[in-house]
Design a protein around this ligand. Sequence first.
Ligand code: CAA
Length: 257
Amino acid sequence: MSHLILEKPIRPGVALVRLNRPESLNALNRALVAELTDTLVSLDADPEIRAIVITGNERAFAAGADIKEMAGDSAIDMLILDQFQRWDQIKRLKKPLIAAVSGYALGGGCELAMLCDIIIASETAQFGQPEIKIGVIPGAGGTQRLTRAIGKSRAMEYILTGRFFSAKQAEAWGLVSRVVPPELYLEEALNLAAEIASMPPLAVQLAKQSVNKVYELSLEEGLHFERKNFYLLFASEDQKEGMRAFMEKRTPQWKGK
Ligand code: CAA
C-alpha cells in the first residue's frame, strides 16, 4: 500500500493500520483517505478481524487534511469532490476502532481520532482544530464531535483560537480514555483491541452501535434502541453459550452467531 501499512492479524483478531506519510506528518491527502476507507471497509467484512487499531508514528498521528492539495480548490471543486462523504464510511463500520495517538492529532487528524470508538494517547499527543488559522473551519466533524466530547465552552475556545491541547487535558476532559508513556501507547491500544476481540462479536457490535446512538437520539429513543439490541442478542448462540459457560464455570467459546 502506498500511504498505509497494514498488519493483520497483529494480535488474534486484531488489525493494525498505520498512516504512512511521515514526510508530511501524515497529512490526510485524498489518496490516503481513499485507501484508508477502502482498507477499513474491507477489514470490517473480514471474518478474521474483530477490532481495528489506527495509528500514525511517534511524531504525528495526522496533522490534518493536506493543505497543499486543497489550497487552490474552489468551493465548487470541493462540492463536486465531496471528500468528507468518504468519512461517513468510517462512521458506519461495525467493528470497534481504536485510535493510538502519538504526537500531532490536528484538524482532520483530530477528527479521525474522534471518529474512532476509543482513543489511547501517548503523553506526547497534542490535539487541536487549527483550521481557523488557515482561514477555514473543521469540515470532517470537528465542530460537532469535539463539542460533544469536551463541552461547548472549551470547544469554542480551542476551535476559535486554533490552539492545541495536551494529552493530559484531553484525558481530564474525557476525549481520550487513557494517557500512557510514549513507549506504551501502541502496545496499550493493541492489548485493548485484543481484549475486545476476545469478546462475543455480535454483542460487541451491538454495544458499539448502542453507545454511538447517544449522539443521535433522545434518551427515550436511545433506551428503546438499547433494549431492542439487548433482546435481540437472546437470539444468538453466543448468548446461550456465554450464560451456560458462566453456570458451568468454564470459558465460553464464541461463534459470532
Ligand atoms: N498539510 C500538508 N502538509 C503538512 C501538513 C498539512 N496539514 N502539516 C504538516 N505538513 C508538512 C509541512 O508542510 C512540512 O513539509 P515540508 O518539509 O515540505 O515543508 C512537513 O509536513 C513537516 O511539517 P513542519 O515543518 O511544519 O513541522 P513543524 O514541527 O515545524 O510543525 C505542525 C508541525 C505544527 C503540525 C505544523 O506542520 C502545522 O501547523 N501543520 C498544519 C496543521 C493544520 O493546520 N491542520 C489542519 C489542516 S485543515 C483540515 O484538517 C480540515 C479538516 O477539517 C479536515
